[in-house]
Design a protein around this ligand. Structure first.
Ligand code: OAD
Ligand code: ZN
Length: 238
């Protein structure tokens, strides 16, 4: 693949890129949505019904992520960003591992587990405590319950983040799609937006996805290995 136009390079990642850090994915064997019912835990209605249960789920996930480190795939993306001038990383992950690996241009489509927001007013704040000692954190502005600043089922994505993602996708010459089942919308549309604007698509996954028939190349295998090897092949000479 050397000689390929690399920039603008846009990368879309999903839970599969963090799998080798020890964070379970959502779908498939051992996936989070196999063990837990999303409708009990990740919807506005479930938070209303039982905020304590929802917070126990998110505290569990915060603790799990807290004990994990970025892996070679996260690190390779940070290296790639350092060596290119036109790079954008779009992630569906809420774990913050891209930033921990050193990525700087990151659009978090589904929010961040490390940011909270008020369930009543517009207040947003960072909270990295693990666990959160008071159980359910309260908003310092109005005293209402805080919730994770993540996108739940039935909720819209943050408009400006989504717009920036569409814009980046439409300008991409090359898009890498890494570790996503490509079934959750609107994230799953971004590669198709890039493709119809003329970008080449390269998919990194351990299995085929609904996107596979539309990509220019499939690099099948663990993202840590595949991505590093791909970059060795295509990287511009120093
Ligand atoms: P999924 O759990 O749906 O898919 C994970 C993908 O990663 C699958 O296609 C796996 O084959 C692949 N995979 C697993 N291990 C891998 C590895 N080592 N290397 C490369 N690929 C690997 O996760 P997402 O596509 O991210 O949304 O799910 C999208 C959204 O659904 C999530 O952001 C979340 C969930 O509901 C919200 O919570 C809003
Ligand atoms: Zn508030």
């Amino acid at each position: 693949m050397s000689g390929v136009d690399l920039e603008p390079l846009v990368v879309l990642t999903g839970a599969g890129i963090s799998a080798e850090s020890g964070i379970p994915t959502f779908r498939g064997d051992g996936g989070i949505w196999e063990q837990y019912r999303a409708t009990d835990l990740a919807t506005p209605a479930s938070f209303k019904r039982d905020p304590d249960l929802v917070w126990r789920f998110y505290n569990w996930r915060r603790e799990m992520v807290f004990n994990c480190n970025p892996n070679q795939a996260h690190k390779t993306l940070a290296t790639i960003e350092n060596q290119l001038s036109n790079f954008m990383l779009i992630t569906q992950n809420i774990d913050g591992l891209h930033q921990a690996a050193g990525s700087r241009h990151v659009l978090e489509l589904h929010g961040s587990i490390w940011r909270l927001r008020c369930s009543a007013c517009n207040e947003r704040w960072e909270d990295r405590r693990v666990p959160i000692p008071e159980g359910i954190p309260l908003c310092s502005a109005c005293g209402s319950m805080g919730r994770p600043d993540v996108v739940w089922f039935g909720e819209a994505l943050e408009t400006n983040v989504l717009q920036s993602a569409y814009q980046a996708a439409a300008q991409a010459k090359l898009m890498l799609v890494i570790g996503t089942s490509a079934v959750v919308h609107p994230a799953a549309e971004l590669p198709l937006v890039a493709r119809s604007a003329g970008a080449r698509l390269v998919e990194f996954n351990v299995e085929d996805t609904p996107l596979t028939p539309f990509v220019d190349a499939v690099l099948q295998g663990p993202a840590t290995q595949q991505l590093e090897q791909w970059w060795e092949r295509v990287r511009p000479p120093a």
